[in-house]
Design a protein around this ligand. Structure first.
Ligand SMILES: *[C@@H]1O[C@H](CO)[C@@H](O)[C@H](O)[C@H]1NC(C)=O
Ligand SMILES: *[C@@H]1O[C@H](CO)[C@@H](O)[C@H](O)[C@H]1NC(C)=O
Ligand SMILES: *[C@@H]1O[C@H](CO)[C@@H](O)[C@H](O)[C@H]1NC(C)=O
Ligand SMILES: *[C@@H]1O[C@H](CO)[C@@H](O)[C@H](O)[C@H]1NC(C)=O
Ligand SMILES: *[C@@H]1O[C@H](CO)[C@@H](O)[C@H](O)[C@H]1NC(C)=O
Ligand SMILES: *[C@@H]1O[C@H](CO)[C@@H](O)[C@H](O)[C@H]1NC(C)=O
Ligand SMILES: *[C@@H]1O[C@H](CO)[C@@H](O)[C@H](O)[C@H]1NC(C)=O
Length: 689
């Protein structure tokens, strides 16, 4: 812990040279502000000013797709108005510090050395507590205290615009103001609901709630942006009126404000809490065992109404902060033990992004976790997007891995997928989990068969759930037959890294297939199929011994696995080796681990090791898989390069997993906010030596 503090101090000191604010543990390309689901996903991008960004005041928060989701904050101190969030117009406060943890982004602001603000955005992560995790809500807590020993007269203001309710700014919004118990709320929604539709990736249905404590110090107002904000700036209180001229989002920009009069503030912090979130009765449409149809959001199975859900959430701040704080601490403790500050920089930045692509649905008796392949194509529960994220699920709660595989199993076991291999995804366009009755999904057969078998065993071992293996044995066996046919000499095909193109005899893909076969041998053994167990194990061992000639450039200096069989001048990240270690299979000899670990540092660029010899770009997630199974020295080098990249990258939107190892920039493909960054958790499950 001592070392951790020292490390943070050094990082902060370096970051502060030439800037007003410190950034701890790093200045990320974008800070998660409210990131909880595919539709509650608002960030503060570092901005087009690249290296000089990261300031909460002076830039609008944006949805992950980059359109503004208006969110403004102002404060009056002794009658002077300042902006602390967004761009509503007044003088900005001075940001002195930014810090992130797994669940929080915290800004510290200074106003004329008179008053200090701590502004905390908390998107709770409660992986084993489904009631809390089911709520698509996030907190904003604003704490103010006096810095100069004098009392100051303070009012705090915050609003949202109607931009949250639709991706089309010409859409007519409607709204309402109300109270429930001790909670005051603005409810804002699309006047014409378009269930299960998206525009510019935003969800076009459900109700948005923006809430605070209903007390004597609170005033509210809805109306035109300059009117409402102007009223606060000139007066410090709002008019307690509702604008009933329902209109387009961009027609005199309606905003929904709250002001809290804190009176005279001295050195003890006074806080104002806001809650922001989305209620959708129905989350997705799903082709499961029964006919295609809607599946309810899971929160509906815990709460009788939206207002009950809102009220619970808003009043739950202290408990929720305790649970999220425990998650933060656990991730910090475990990450520091594995890879110090450099590694914690990666895991703590990735947690909200990974879980923030998911949505809990169904009922308490039959839950599903739906996942959106954000930014790359919007597929639902893509198997090779779940796979890189599987370490996050397994680490935080293995049952989440079961829940995210459940739709895939249910659909395929109902005979709704005609191919002999595992389906690529549950549907091309989230939130419509249509399945692929025609078998025309993106074809990644070896990749997905291997992924399903590996993840199934990973879940069952971690959760000690042998029944799960029994239940899915037949389908697993069918997929393994495919692996046996294709893994030794993989046909010309794409892997999960489809942007890199198709290739025959991919060394790393073959390895996934072989590890999948050995994983199936373990599954067979655990379920009492001893003949299958012996058969698969003997095939996997036969294959892996051949693979060591086919896929290794033995005479290279140093020797290394190739990108494809026989091409000794090629190489790549052999990230599929990870599952052999994580599942404890012992299929692949230690010498292969050693060889790769010695090799990577010889081909590292400034910001990491290229994905393969075809390009200089790389993947954040696969480097973490690879680092997990490298020697401690090589692992530390990976983490150092990756954390340097997070600090220096010119990418300026929610963390990309694909970037160039030399420039640190997007390599012509802009991936943002993808859940695959859950792969940064890979070394928390296993490290080799
Ligand atoms: C911010 O800091 C600058 C430089 O010290 C100072 O001139 C300015 O008044 C400060 N602004 C606020 C709002 O404190
Ligand atoms: C802000 O947080 C720091 C560190 O936890 C604390 O010392 C300070 O009192 C807080 N200030 C306010 C205004 O809450
Ligand atoms: C999902 O399906 C509905 C029809 O049931 C359609 O209106 C909607 O546009 C689809 N959503 C997406 C994102 O394609
Ligand atoms: C502020 O607004 C309130 C309510 O509209 C009004 O009574 C009061 O006079 C205003 N004060 C100032 C200083 O404008
Ligand atoms: C072993 O598995 C392969 C692939 O599924 C199958 O073709 C073969 O018949 C099996 N052999 C035995 C002895 O079960
Ligand atoms: C794969 O490698 C094997 C062994 O080197 C070779 O015989 C075969 O032609 C290769 N397949 C393709 C499609 O290139
Ligand atoms: C071998 O790999 C290198 C690097 O990816 C590539 O440039 C070359 O074309 C490959 N050679 C063959 C014969 O495929």
């Amino acid at each position: 812990m001592q070392l951790f503090r020292l490390g943070l101090l050094v990082a902060s000191f370096i970051a502060s040279a030439g800037a007003q604010s410190t950034f701890t543990p790093a200045r990320p390309p974008a800070a998660p502000l409210a990131v909880k689901s595919p539709y509650l996903s608002t960030w503060l991008n570092i901005g087009s000013d690249g290296g000089d960004g990261g300031y909460l005041a002076g830039e609008w928060p944006v949805f992950w797709e980059n359109q503004i989701t208006g969110w403004a904050g102002m404060i009056r101190v002794d009658g002077q108005t300042y902006t602390w969030m967004g761009l509503p117009g007044s003088t900005t406060v001075n940001q002195t510090a930014f810090e992130y943890t797994s669940t929080k982004s915290i800004y510290t602001m200074n106003i004329q050395d008179k008053v200090e603000m701590n502004i905390t955005f908390m998107s709770p992560i409660t992986p084993t507590d489904y009631k809390r995790q089911s709520l698509v809500f996030s907190y904003l807590n604003v704490e103010v205290s006096s810095l100069d020993g004098k009392g100051h007269n303070v009012q705090v203001y915050a609003d949202i615009s109607a931009e949250w309710v639709s991706g089309d700014r010409d859409t007519i919004a409607q709204w309402d103001y109300g109270t429930t118990g001790n909670v005051a709320y603005h409810k804002v929604y699309r006047q014409v609901q378009l269930e299960f539709s998206e525009i510019n990736q935003q969800g076009e249905w459900g109700n948005w709630y923006w809430a605070t404590d209903d007390n004597d110090d609170m005033t509210y107002q809805s109306g035109r942006d300059i009117v409402v904000r102007g009223q606060f700036a000139s007066n410090g209180t709002l008019s307690n009126t509702v604008d009933t001229d329902f209109r387009a989002i961009n027609d005199d920009w309606p905003v929904f404000g709250f002001s809290s009069d804190l009176g005279t503030v001295d050195s003890s912090p006074v806080s104002t809490l806001f809650s922001l979130g989305l209620t959708q009765e129905e989350a997705v449409q799903f082709e499961g065992a029964s006919a295609y149809g809607p599946v309810k959001s899971l929160w509906t199975s815990y709460f009788n109404s939206e207002l009950d859900a809102l009220s619970f959430f808003h009043n739950d701040f202290e408990d929720s902060a305790t649970i999220s704080g425990a998650f933060d601490s656990q991730v910090a403790k475990d990450s520091l033990a594995v890879g110090g500050d450099d590694y914690l920089t990666l895991t703590s930045l990735s947690a909200r992004q990974a879980i923030g692509a998911t949505q809990l649905a169904g009922t308490q008796d039959k839950m599903y976790l739906f996942l959106k392949e954000i930014s790359s194509d919007g597929n639902v529960n893509t198997v090779d997007v779940i796979f890189p994220a599987y370490p996050f699920f397994l680490y935080s709660n293995p049952e989440l891995l079961k829940l995210v595989m459940r739709p895939l199993y249910e659909n395929q076991e109902a005979g709704k997928y005609p191919n002999s291999w595992a389906m690529h995804d549950m549907g091309s366009s989230y939130p419509n989990a249509t399945g692929h009755n025609d078998g025309n999904d993106e074809k990644m057969p070896l990749e997905e068969c291997g992924n399903m078998v590996i993840m199934t065993l990973a879940y069952a071992l971690k959760a000690s759930d042998g029944n799960y293996l029994d239940a899915h044995y037949n389908l697993l066996k069918k997929w393994t037959t495919y692996l046996v046919d294709d893994a030794l000499y993989p046909a010309n095909q794409i892997s999960t890294d489809d942007f890199a193109g198709a290739l025959a005899n991919q060394t790393n893909l073959a390895l996934k297939g072989m590890i999948g076969i050995q994983a199936m041998s373990v599954i067979a053994d655990l379920t009492g199929h001893s003949d299958d167990a012996a058969n698969y194990s003997s095939i996997a061992h036969d294959y892996i011994s051949k693979w060591q000639s086919l896929g290794v450039a033995k005479d290279a200096n140093p020797p290394h696995a190739t990108l494809s069989y026989g091409n000794d001048s090629s190489h790549g990240l052999l990230y599929n080796l990870y599952a052999d270690a994580q599942l404890g299979l012992g299929l692949v000899p230690d010498s292969v681990y050693q060889m790769q670990s010695n090799f990577y540092p010889t081909v590292a660029n400034k910001y990491g090791v290229p994905l393969d010899t075809r390009h200089t770009y790389t993947k954040l997630d696969w480097q973490c898989f690879t680092a997990a199974i490298a020697s401690s020295d090589t692992r530390a080098t990976f983490f150092k390069d990756l954390s340097l990249w997070v600090n220096e990258t010119p990418t300026n939107r929610p963390l990309t997993d694909l970037y160039d190892t030399i420039s640190g920039n997007y390599p012509g493909i802009t991936f943002v906010a993808r859940p695959v960054v859950g792969g940064t958790f890979a070394p928390l499950l296993v490290t080799s030596y």
